[in-house]
Design a protein around this ligand. Structure first.
Ligand SMILES: Nc1ncnc2c1ncn2[C@@H]1O[C@H](COP(=O)(O)OP(=O)(O)O)[C@@H](O)[C@H]1O
Ligand SMILES: [Mg+2]
Length: 301
């Protein structure tokens, strides 16, 4: 049985999805309703009556490491071509949640998930979804840059070889991806040099080039600047803003200033629960929950 996501079927279903709006988030919990109202209100004002498309509808997710529950009833929309930041104190479940979106937790034995994450009419958690093609559509950038022990060129070309792309396509795509990741000018004269010879910031941009090479729709970033110096961090932040024109981005950050600078929407997690989700300026300026206010004003975490 061919369980790979069928691209043309998806294109068709995503076309019909275009006419869908945040209003179509299945009515349900009060949280869903609140999220729906907020997304509609602010984005309507911002984008001339055009409501945002929702790329992924996450609904009522519970996640368990064995008997230990790490996520409780998480519901939130991931808005398309926007940056969604996830903040909260260490251990609150940010990484766990991020990894549910491209099934990275499947690699950990004994984990279990309930609920759904709908993307283009299909549940990401459906066991029939092919995780390899899912991870092409939803790429990931980790806390520490993790280039392969290969050349700069071969790192970016890696996924393209897996996709059996032709040589000239690979050449062109490597160049395009390095440009998209704002790294081309720094490496164009040494594409055959080992990737591990690059600085930390360059390595992280290389990992971004490797991710965008396979044309994902969504990019997940787990504290992508936590191992970088301030200048490298600033470059990555500028890059995130640039990439959000073409990709839906979800970024975990422990740095609230970073969330405020780069994101359009922010979700605040505490003890495995999504406490509050709102447009970023609203969440930081007018939090509605006392826990959110406590966290952003530095009272805990
Ligand atoms: N592989 C694992 N096995 C068991 N528990 C885990 C595992 N990874 C994370 N946890 C637990 O799940 C909770 C959430 O962790 P995590 O998602 O890493 O939080 P955050 O990214 O917000 O710091 C924590 O209590 C953590 O100890
Ligand atoms: Mg984490």
């Amino acid at each position: 049985m061919d369980t790979r996501l069928n691209k043309s079927q998806e294109a068709a279903s995503s076309d019909s999805d275009r006419s869908r709006t945040a209003n179509d988030v299945t009515a349900g919990t009060p949280a869903t309703e609140a999220i729906k109202r907020r997304v509609v209100e602010t984005t309507t004002a911002k984008y001339l009556n055009r409501e945002p498309d929702i790329k992924i509808h996450v609904k009522n997710v519970n996640f368990y490491y064995g008997v230990k529950q790490a996520l409780y009833d998480v519901t939130l929309p991931i808005a398309e071509l926007q940056v969604t930041a996830l903040i909260g104190p260490s251990g609150c479940g940010k990484t766990t949640f991020l990894r549910t979106l491209n099934r990275m937790n499947d690699l950990i034995p004994g984990t279990r998930i309930e609920g759904e994450a709908m993307m283009d009419g299909r549940n990401i958690y459906d066991p029939a979804v092919d995780v390899v093609s899912l991870r092409e559509r939803i790429g990931m950038i980790f806390q520490r840059p993790n280039p392969f022990r290969k050349s700069i060129f071969d790192n970016v070309a890696y996924g393209l070889h897996v996709q059996k792309k032709r040589r000239h396509v690979i050449q062109e795509t490597v160049e395009r991806s390095l440009k998209e990741a704002a790294l081309w000018d720094e490496v164009k004269d040494r594409l055959k040099a080992p990737a591990l010879g690059l600085s930390g910031g360059q390595q992280q941009r290389l990992c971004i080039a490797r991710a965008v090479a396979v044309r994902p729709e969504v990019i997940l970033m787990d504290e992508p600047c936590s191992a970088l110096d301030p200048i490298a961090t600033q470059k990555i932040e500028e890059l995130i803003t640039e990439l959000s024109k073409d990709y839906t981005i979800v970024i975990v950050t422990h740095n609230m200033q970073q969330a405020a600078r780069v994101s359009h929407y922010t979700g605040f997690f505490l003890n495995g629960r999504l406490i509050e989700y709102a447009p970023t300026t609203e969440l930081f300026e007018h939090p509605t929950k006392k826990e959110t206010e406590g966290y952003i004003s530095g009272r805990f975490g």
